[in-house]
Design a protein around this ligand. Structure first.
Ligand SMILES: Nc1ccn([C@@H]2O[C@H](COP(=O)(O)OP(=O)(O)OP(=O)(O)O)[C@@H](O)[C@H]2O)c(=O)n1
Ligand SMILES: C[C@](O)(CO)[C@H](O)COP(=O)(O)O
Length: 429
């Protein structure tokens, strides 16, 4: 088979998200600082195997997707097409929009935003030798058949779990194969009365002679279906950021990074960022820059001009119970710990191109906790306020060593996350 076929990612986003129950379709809800569909778009855009992306969007919301595409520079997107009344109708519309030239088609639920690049790579590789490919994971639950019984439902059969798999997406096909299956389905008067819940189901029913090869999916590749899935997805994105390997050399090539606070994590981060290609500007009290003074921060930043990332690692730590706190400690924690973060954010905004990262001051006790809570709240609110401008805002809350805090900071800067308060825990023993 021809391994040089073009590969087209189709994002199925034509649903209304009834089970999530919001006014807007769930694919437009923000998780980890971006609309869910944008996470999926970003994965397909970044995949070297993908040549083109077609989006099937809920009628009436196409312009929202076009805005996301334009703002994010997702230049592989060739068409945003109105979805149909059901998932299979959306697939059918996508197939009609794809033209006649043979290619690989990867049909993906836009509401599976945690798709791993590895899965796309394996699917496209599998399509070199298989005309149909699905992504699946074993079932950890026992699955049975329920039938109507006295007073409700009863179990009629318990299925053999060792042979059961849970179907995910992308579901991937040679275009001629999936088109043939759908043409037969659309010509079948019984199809509407017994629709398929996925595209492999259509191929299996109408082209049973075509084997559907399986590629291992991932437990993280969840489909946001119910309200609780929004929280699970948010948390999974946070964990992914924490697990990300310290950014590779060159990850910040050509980027400018301003760091306030030149002790501990600030100093370590300056070294790590420079080693990864960034132009680093570090400011501290030693240079006469005091984050608690708005004019001082603004002056430092105006000398730098446009900047890709700004990190506030300046903070005063405080340990102890409120009953034992001195007036001086209260003033320090509030002015450096909280007001400092606010000043850095306000002064950075006009210069900022990519992201702001605020370190929560370290410490313990009620005074510390109230300042930490204020910085976390500031982060979440700013992430929303600045999202339209494409600027991400995150916050790192850690008691780890300066080195681990700096590594985690670097991972957050390049992660694409926004609106996260990342608890980075402690160093591994
Ligand atoms: N008419 C439809 C219905 C669904 N989908 C897409 O198929 C994926 C999986 O569908 P599902 O989770 O069922 O989404 P919704 O149909 O939006 O959800 P619900 O059934 O709760 O309304 C989603 O990305 C969804 O947007 C689609 O493209 N066209
Ligand atoms: C395609 C799918 O995600 C595979 O698990 C699933 O069948 C879609 O079902 P939905 O009811 O449209 O969410």
């Amino acid at each position: 088979m021809d391994s040089r076929l073009r590969s087209i990612g189709v994002l199925l986003a034509g649903g209304v998200g009834q089970r999530v129950g919001r006014d807007t379709p769930k694919q437009l809800i923000e998780v980890a600082g971006r609309p869910i569909i944008e996470h999926s778009l970003a994965v397909f855009q970044a995949a070297p195997e993908i040549d083109e992306i077609v989006v099937l969007m809920t009628p009436g919301f196409g312009d929202r997707v076009r805005e996301i595409v334009a703002r994010g520079g997702y230049d592989k997107v060739s068409q945003v097409v109105d979805g149909g009344a059901s998932r299979t109708e959306s697939t059918w519309r996508a197939l009609r929009a794809l033209g006649t030239e043979e290619c690989n088609v990867l049909l993906h639920d836009a509401v599976r935003p945690l798709l791993e690049p590895r899965i796309i790579t394996e699917c496209v590789r599998a399509l070199e030798t298989h005309p149909a490919v699905n992504v699946a994971i074993p079932s950890s639950d026992t699955v049975f058949v329920a039938v109507p019984g006295p007073g409700g439902e009863v179990i009629s059969d318990v299925l053999d779990r060792s042979r059961l798999r849970r179907s995910q997406t992308p579901q991937c096909f040679r275009l001629s194969v999936i088109r043939e299956a759908y043409e037969r389905a659309m010509a079948d008067p019984d199809f509407a009365g017994r629709p398929a819940t996925d595209d492999c189901g259509v191929v299996l029913r109408y082209l049973p002679e075509v084997p559907i090869h399986l590629v291992p999916g991932s437990e993280q590749n969840i489909k946001v279906t119910h309200p609780a899935d929004l929280h699970i997805a948010e948390r999974l994105f946070q964990l992914a950021a924490r697990r990300a390997p310290a950014a590779a050399a060159g990850a910040l090539d050509g980027r400018s990074v301003v760091i306030f606070g030149s002790y501990g994590a600030g100093a370590e981060l300056a070294g790590l960022a420079a080693a990864r290609g960034a132009r680093v500007h570090a400011f501290s009290r030693a240079d006469g820059v005091r984050v608690e003074e708005a004019a001082s921060v603004a002056k430092a930043l105006s000398g730098v001009g446009s900047v890709d990332h700004v990190v506030n690692a300046a903070g005063v730590s405080h340990l102890g119970r409120l009953a034992e706190v001195s007036d001086e400690s209260v003033a320090d924690v509030m002015s450096v710990g909280y007001l400092g973060a606010l000043n850095v954010a306000r002064a950075a905004h006009p210069h900022l191109r990519e992201s702001l990262l605020l370190h929560v001051p370290q410490g313990s006790g009620a005074l510390h906790a109230s300042a930490a809570g204020a910085v976390a709240g500031l982060t979440r609110a700013l992430a929303e306020e600045w999202a339209a401008g494409g600027i991400r805002v995150n916050c790192l809350n850690t008691t780890a060593s300066a080195h681990l805090a700096a590594q985690t900071s670097l991972d957050i800067l390049i992660s694409g996350l926004s609106g996260h308060v990342i608890d980075a825990g402690v160093d591994a023993p």
